[in-house]
Design a protein around this ligand. Structure first.
Ligand code: NAD
Ligand code: LMR
Length: 329
């Protein structure tokens, strides 16, 4: 095992997602069995007592990869020297709400956290925003951290990506491992566009293999895009274990890279690719190598896909304008 622990910050660590995420990170699911991890856990003051209980449980697991745990309510202390920041802490939506309804409540969390990361994080910091509305919260954090390269900020659409893979695999009765090149475009919201036209099943085009435009438009896309709401309706609480798992998948891919012949979905700062307004944090197909992501280039976008991508990007621009109006960026 290497000797210097990698410092991983998790915000909202006493929450639902934290309760699954921390144990996976501590057991090596993020950085592997040979890399010791130091957890830096941020919570609001009233939740620190509950967080102390979670830390007792972490201790009780005796994970060989867990070198140290520090907790606190001061972002500039907790983020000091961190290499990864998983920004989960934010209010979840309840039944009947859209994720955008959380902008005002949650946006205010990400400006001070962006400033704190800018001030004290390690030079190689990588930031993943899971707290909703994730894309625009990542934009807020990025805008408040002018000294951190913009490509170090991302938001989670890997959960949508995994949901899309699972729905497609079930439709075609194939293992999920047969599916490659899935893409989620746009916002982590009901306007997101899960794209089967570039995905592959067993090496063949997914949309052609499905050969059912009605299923694609009226079942697949809405099932993936509204899955979060369906879980809230069924569970009475928003997705937690699957969100934690996708957060690990996202951050691990950022470290390890994508498999040959495959890509993943990540919401990252647009450079204008595929007509997505530059500067918005929008989900794209990306490959990752050497810790750096690149947007996959050269995909043909037909009129159907164009309309879907444009609608989701228009929503991101509206969210950006709203947080500008609130003085958060
Ligand atoms: P939760 O309410 O169980 O936990 C949130 C925690 O964040 C709480 O413990 C709270 O005290 C803490 N918190 C609030 N403000 C904070 C701050 N300023 N600093 C640090 N911690 C703070 O919620 P949850 O179910 O764990 O969900 C967390 C967020 O993740 C929600 O916004 C939810 O909508 C979002 N989410 C996103 C995805 C995704 O795919 N992007 C998936 C699931 C959930
Ligand atoms: C999800 O997609 O499950 C999360 O974003 C939670 C939500 O509000 O849908």
């Amino acid at each position: 095992m290497s000797s210097t622990p990698v410092k991983v910050a998790v915000t909202g660590a006493a929450g639902q997602i934290g309760y699954s995420l921390l144990f996976r990170i501590a057991s090596g699911a993020l950085l592997g069995p040979d890399t010791p991890v130091e957890l830096r856990l941020l919570e609001i003051t009233p939740a620190l007592k509950a967080l102390e209980g979670v830390v007792m449980e972490l201790d009780d697991c005796a994970f060989p990869t867990l070198a140290k745990v520090e907790i606190g309510d001061d972002a500039t202390k907790v983020f000091d020297g961190v290499n990864h920041a998983l920004l989960v802490g934010a209010r979840p939506r309840g039944p009947g709400m859209e994720r955008g309804d959380l902008l005002e409540a949650n946006g205010g969390i990400f400006a001070p956290q962006g400033k704190a990361l800018n001030e004290v994080a390690a030079d190689d910091i990588r930031v993943t925003v899971t707290g909703n509305p994730a894309n625009t919260n990542a934009l807020i954090a990025m805008s408040n951290a002018p000294d951190i390269p913009t490509e170090r900020f991302s938001a989670l659409t890997r959960l949508d990506h995994n949901r899309a893979i699972s729905q497609l695999a079930a439709k075609l009765d194939v293992p999920v491992t047969e599916i490659r090149k899935m893409t989620i475009w746009g916002n982590h919201s009901a306007t997101q566009y899960p794209d089967l036209f570039h995905a592959e099943v067993g090496g063949k085009n997914a949309a052609e293999t499905v050969n059912d435009q009605d299923w694609l438009e009226n079942t697949f896309i809405p099932t993936v895009a509204k899955r979060g709401a369906a879980i809230i309706e069924a569970r009475g609480a928003s997705s937690a274990a699957s969100a934690a798992s996708a957060t690990i998948d996202h951050a691990r891919t950022w470290v390890e890279g994508t498999a040959d012949g495959d890509w993943v979905s990540m919401a990252v700062r647009s450079d204008g690719s595929y007509g997505v307004e530059e500067g918005l944090i929008s989900s794209f197909p990306v490959t990752v190598s050497g810790g750096q992501w690149s947007i996959v280039q050269g995909l043909d976008i037909d009129d159907f896909s164009r309309g879907k991508i444009d609608a989701s990007v228009a929503e991101l621009a509206e969210e950006r304008d709203a947080v500008k109006g609130l003085g958060l960026i």
